[in-house]
Structure formats: C-alpha cells, structure tokens
Design a protein around this ligand. Structure first.
Ligand code: F6R
Length: 614
C-alpha cells in the first residue's frame, strides 16, 4: 500500500530517496518522510500531504542533504492513525537512535504496545509501525546488534511487514526484513538500494535481489547479506529487472491515465503478436502448464480477483464457459477467503491481478493451492508475490501502469482471458471450429479498432463536458457487457467521485428504476447480439422516467436514434469481442469528466495502486 525506499552509497541520499518516492507516489500518498544519516546523527523530516510538501521541507535543509549518503524514506497510505505528520514514517524509539519505515499491518500491535508501555516506551503516534520501532529498540538493548534485534523482534510480530531500519550506533548499514509485503534490494556498484517496488530504483539499477517471506538482511555500500527464517546466512539470486525508466514518464500526455488508455492498442498488438500466429494455428500458450488430459479432468474453474481485475474475470467467465464448456465461478477474493469454498485437484483457479500483490487475492490463492487446485495467475507483474505462487504464470505484459485507475492492464487481462479460453478449447476438444476462427480473426483486428476509437475521442469529450455536472450516473448492459457497465461505473466513481453504479439492464425495473428522473443520466451499452433488443427495451423504460440517455453502441437503427440524448459509436465487433472495445469509451469518458472537474486523475483520494493489506 505504502512505498519504501532506502539508499546507501556515494550519491546524495536525499536525491535518491525523493526520486524513488516520486516513482512510488502512485502507490499511496497521504504523507511522506525520510531519515537521513548525517556525519554523526540521523535526522528525520516528514510532511503531511503530497510528496512536494516533503520536498519543500528538504529544500530548507541543505546541509544534511549535501552531507548524507545513506537514508530511508516512506510514502504513506494511512491504515492505523490519521494521515498526519506525526503518523508519517520514519518512526523512532524513546532515545531516537533507531529509525524505521514499514509497509504492511502489525496485527498484534495492541498487545505489543501494552507490553512496551509497561517497559517505559512512550508513543507519539497512533501507528502500528511505532510499536515495531520500540520493539526492535528493546531487542537492541539486549543484543547491541541491529540485525539480531530485527531478527528477534520480527519473531514476535504477527501480520505483514517490509521493514527498513537504521541505528545511530551502527552507521553504514541498513537492516531489512520481509513477511507478506514486497521488498527488493537493488544491486549497484559501490552503492545499494532498497525498495518496495521496482519503479523506485529502476533509473539507478537493473539488477535486484527479491526477498522471500521471513528473510532478513543487512545492506551496506558494497555488500548485501540475506538471512533465512532460522537466521542463517543464505544466498538469493540476483535477478534482472524487466522495466525501462521510460515506461514511468508521461511522454507528453497530461496524465498517466490518458497515456495508458492510449497505449492499449499497442498493448493488445504486443500480446497478440506473441501468442496468436494465425487463425489456423493453435494459440501459443506454453505458460499454461496443463495438457489436454489434465484439462479434460477439470470440473470447475474459479476466478478470483478484486476491483477492475474482478470485472475482467467476469468477462472471462463468459468466454471460458462458452469455449471450454467448464462451469466457471467468479468471486471477489475478499469474499472467497471467508467461506468453505469447494476446491480439489480437478479445480482450475485463476487469480487475476495487475499488481500481483493484492493481499486478499494472495490469501485466496494460497488457500486454493493448499486444497490441491491448479493455480493459474494472470498478472502484469512477473516479479510479484502472486507470480511466485503460480503453477501456470500467464503474463499480460502491459508494461508498468502508473495511474491508480487500471486501464491498459484491464485490456491486457481481457486479451489473456480470450487466449486462455481458446487454448482450453483447443486442448480439450482438439479441433478447430468456425467460432474459434472467427474470434481469432476479431482478435487480429482488435488493435486497429482500438486505434480507430482512440482517434475519434472528440465526441466522448463533448459528452463528458455535457454530463460532468451530474452528481449520479447509472450504467446498464447485459450479458458479456454487464462487467463493462460495472467497470465503466467504477472508473467514473474512482477518479471523479461521482456516484456511479453499474446494473444489469434487466435488473433496472426490480428497484433501481425508482431513482430515475431528469437528474439521473443512464449510459447504456448496446451491442448487436442476443441482448440488443432487450437492452433497447430497458432504455425505453428509462426514457419514460425522463432519464437522460447515452448510448455506447456499435449499431443504432435510425428509428431508435431519437430515444437517446447522445450516441457514442464504437467500431463494429461481435458480442464476444465487444467488452474490449466498449471499455475504451468508458475509460475516456471517465477520464474527461474527471479532467473537467479538475480532479487529481492519476492519484484519486483515498486510493492506492497496490492494496497489500486485507
Ligand atoms: C481500479 C483498480 C482497482 C484494482 C484492485 C485490484 O481502477 O485499479 O480496483 O483493480 O485494487 O488490484 P490488482 O489488480 O492489482 O489485484
């Protein structure tokens, strides 16, 4: 949720920390802070609000910023305690010799706090992190060794953490620990870096060590030592980081979200180029570690995900049931983990996640694996925790997505699900039929159709302006586009804070219709296919209640045009492929409305890119 950065080397530490935090800012951002190790002392600076506030504070601290070559930093998304300066990290102990930053949640912090208070620890903040600072300091009192103190302390902590700590009496080292929260050490020459995510360090190094759960470590200028759960020295391999610094620049677009929406045709083209050779050849999906015999034994598919990834999974249900003929359930990970799910070795569980770090989905996957399921992971982050848990890792290769609102990763997830559904059918039935050939043809055409749509965004912009003052919105659709209605509404509410809800169009008359009047715009997704006429009838019902009506459609008969206040045309495609086209309109509409309203599009309030707490 939050972001961590650490540096030790010859550069100005404050520069590296601020640059790292700026690349993590999309992950969590209600306050930030750094601890800089100076000639003799550690100095801590914090600021409430955006990172720029911390930069202003540091601008007035030239001396320490010039002399410090080692430090830790943090950008916070509040869980325990308000987003104030006091609650911002780094945190310290009574004597302030120890400094700590933390991602995750310490579940037993109340019990630990009581014990520590009885030992005389004085707490300044409302955070769970401060408990860890005091606890490690207590252990330091017994061992006079920061690594040992960390190793002893983490054994008493329940919950999730990535820690980075410095101690005044142990200059030249940063001590780290990880459990259920990501942490990497970037490997440099005469310098090393620590981060909770790759973008923080990618401009400095392309090599990193990924810590596993229960590992601890000591990072100095020229050395990295990692220890296992039993505190024995261990060797983690150095991995090559797959990202380019360029991917995290706006490239001239006003917002990352707009850039990422516009990247979707290339995202689609790149994935398809690797996996779809021709209409008559099988999909190249060697990453799926199941053969025809295994697939014939699969009796059910369960898709687990959260938010936008969950909506991709809902589209996946339609296409997997249609092509692979396997009953498929889709469920929010946060619900899946708290009931007696029926899973066995004949279940294929598909976890979908842009970040690969969503805590609820990780827990659900671990649960399914324990029960014997084959776990396939569709993620944009091949270096993530989920990727490491996968039996089959189906990468989506959308490139780093910076804007909090997921756009291009959703497109990539959809395409991966199309390819998976086709591959399951090829393996299960071993024949090529006309429906598969048609869908493959539509996939070939998809990138060009997305481009066509992106090239004509003026109409969407006009509609956005016209409706930007409405306080509520309803999105309706049926069939395979019902998830598009949910996703369109989610995009709008998360970046513009307009109360938008997606409904199955058939459900409108079972309650929501009571809300319709001239102040409630209804956006209907109408795609030629089995449900077209039904959705059209639902639009008539809405019109009869004076609701303003917007159609997002690939066909409208002249006689029906007057039903709508506004019509946004989408390139023609079958029902099956239409979610990948309609969503581009809905993403742009949400973007332009938020833009007109002057909202912070890339970093909407209360949200973070990666939700690493349950
Ligand atoms: C919305 C959005 C979220 C995420 C959700 C799951 O734009 O980004 O709803 O989709 O938090 O995150 P991942 O996909 O990283 O598991």
């Amino acid at each position: 949720m939050c972001g961590i950065i650490g540096y030790i080397g010859d550069k100005k530490a404050s520069d590296v920390l601020i640059s790292g935090l700026s690349h993590l800012e999309y992950r969590g951002y209600d306050s930030s802070g750094v601890a800089l190790f100076g000639e003799k002392d550690i100095e801590i600076y914090k600021a409430q609000g955006k990172l720029i506030n911390l930069i202003h504070v540091l601008n007035s601290k030239k001396e320490i910023c010039t002399s410090s070559h080692m430090g830790i930093g943090h950008i916070r998304w509040a869980t325990h305690g308000m987003p104030t300066e006091i609650n911002a990290h780094p945190h310290t102990c009574n004597c302030e010799n120890l400094t700590l930053v933390h991602n995750g949640i310490i579940e037993n912090y109340q019990e630990l706090k009581q014990e520590l208070q009885m030992l005389g620890c004085k707490f300044k903040s409302q955070t769970d992190t401060e408990v860890a600072a005091h606890l490690i300091a207590q252990e330091y009192g017994k061992t006079q060794d920061l690594l040992k103190a960390m190793q002893n302390a983490v054994k008493k902590i329940q919950g999730a953490f990535a820690f980075c700590a410095m101690h005044k009496h142990e200059p030249n080292k940063i001590v780290i620990a990880k459990r259920n929260a990501p942490l990497i050490v970037g490997v440099g020459i005469g310098e090393n870096f620590i981060a909770s995510d790759v973008p923080a360090i990618i401009e400095y190094t392309k090599k990193a060590i990924y810590l596993s759960d229960y590992q601890t470590g000591v990072v100095t200028k020229n050395d990295i030592k990692i220890y296992d759960k039993e505190d024995k020295l261990t060797a983690n391999k150095i991995e090559f980081l797959p990202y380019e610094a360029l991917a995290i620049s706006k490239m001239g677009y006003k917002h990352f979200m707009l850039k990422e929406i516009y990247e979707q045709s290339d995202v689609a083209r790149n994935i398809l180029a690797q996996k779809l050779v021709s209409q008559n050849e099988n999909i190249k999906l060697d990453e799926l570690k199941l053969d025809g015999n295994n697939i014939k034994k699969i009796t059910r598919v369960q898709i687990i995900a959260c938010g936008t990834s969950l909506h991709a999974g809902m589209v996946g249900k339609y296409i997997i049931e249609k092509f692979a003929k396997i009953p498929t359930d889709v469920e929010a990970s946060s619900e899946y983990i708290y009931r007696d799910t029926i899973v066995d070795e004949n279940t294929l569980v598909i976890g979908i996640s842009q970040s690969g770090e969503t805590a609820d989905t990780i827990t659900a996957i671990k649960q399914a694996k324990e029960q014997g399921a084959h776990v396939a992971i569709i993620t944009n982050r091949v270096d993530s925790t989920m990727a490491r848990l996968a039996d089959s890792l189906l990468p989506v290769n959308a490139g780093i997505e910076v804007s909090v609102a997921a756009t291009k990763s959703y497109m990539a997830q959809l395409i991966s699900l199309y390819l998976l559904a086709i591959r399951l059918r090829e393996l299960k039935f071993d024949f090529k039929d006309i429906e598969i050939i048609k869908l493959k043809q539509e996939l070939f055409e998809l990138p060009t159709k997305i481009e066509e749509l992106l090239g004509h965004s003026e109409k969407i912009q006009k509609v956005a302006k016209k409706y930007s003052s409405y306080k509520n919105f309803i999105f309706i659709a049926r069939g395979i586009n019902f998830p598009s209605a949910l996703e369109g509404a989610l995009k709008l509410k998360e970046i513009s804070y307009i109360n938008a809800t997606g409904y199955s169009a058939g459900e409108l008359k079972h309650g929501p219709i009571a809300m319709l009047d001239e102040n409630m715009p209804v956006l209907a997704i109408l795609n030629t296919g089995v449900v077209y006429d039904k959705v059209l009838s639902n639009c008539e019902e809405a019109r009869a209640r004076q609701a303003k009506l917007i159609a997002v459609t690939n066909y409208i008969a002249p006689k029906d045009e007057n039903l709508f206040d506004d019509v946004i045309m989408v390139p023609f495609g079958s029902d099956l492929i239409s979610p990948a086209l309609n969503i581009v309109v809905l993403q742009l509409l949400a973007y332009f409305i938020a833009e007109y309203l002057g909202k912070d599009v890339d970093q909407p309030r209360n949200l973070a890119k990666s939700v690493t707490v349950e």
